[in-house]
Ligand binder design. Sequence first.
Ligand code: CP
Length: 307
Amino acid sequence: MIHSKDIVGLYELSAEEIDELLTQGLAMKKLLRQNIKKLPHLMGKSVTTLFYENSTRTRCSFELAAKYMGAHVVNLSVATSSVQKGETLVDTGKTLDAMRNDVIVIRHPVGGAPKLLARTVKAHVVNAGDGMNEHPSQALLDMLTMREHWGSLKGKTVAILGDIRHSRVAKSNLYGLTKLGAKVRMFAPRTLMPQGLDTMGAEICSSREEAVEGADAVMGLRIQLERQHAGNFPSLGEYARFYGVNDEILKYAKKDALVMHPGPVNRGVELTSAVIDGENSVIEDQVLSGIAVRMSILFLLTKEEIA
Ligand code: CP
């Protein structure tokens, strides 16, 4: 049972709620593996995606998840909407409410925007990434992928490498994984490591080797190419050499460690091509988990009203 009207972050969810989202997500993934894409769970419901930032995986998978369960789906194109005429986020939300829309899936460059929207609309609000704050459905799909491989996350060690500072994925994973009993190690260039994550349960490492040693999963994070001239690291080549994930560094992890990346990946920067396409890589499987977990989110949020 999800107690909140909305899913704005994993910080706000209990371990029990996260566990239920994953359990339902695993059931959805089984159906997807059988190519079952016509389900009644959201029949009569309307879902709007409202993306103020670019996306491939998240927007497409929320749309497919909703459609596979029979919802009406609107993809509101912010670039051609009345947002361009100055309409505020809250007024856009109220307009969608007035249209009897049931769920708004929002991505916004400002941290906290989904929470503000959630407070002001009747519709369920799902955060699809807000600034540097959280990306809860991404972390849920990461955890779903891990749980499918391991059965349980308890006692497992996940190493997260890369641009932690700007990463909403890293923060949501930290909150979710630690709630389910996993250990999270983090390593980044000092310029890309924010302060305070140790107080949230992360083990901050001083080398790649220390982070990856004995890990059950190694997750690379996207380096925003737009930040490469911001002075956080000298060049992409040096970043790849000193901070990237390659076959050499993976020798420190468990032999069957999962190699993960939220995408989109910069080949040869965060991960070498050999690692991306290697036998431990579950990057494509993460994409399927993405649809499954978003089906779970949409279903569990609206379930009580349907029953
Ligand atoms: N992982 C992720 O959020 O990808 P998109 O930006 O393509 O949605």
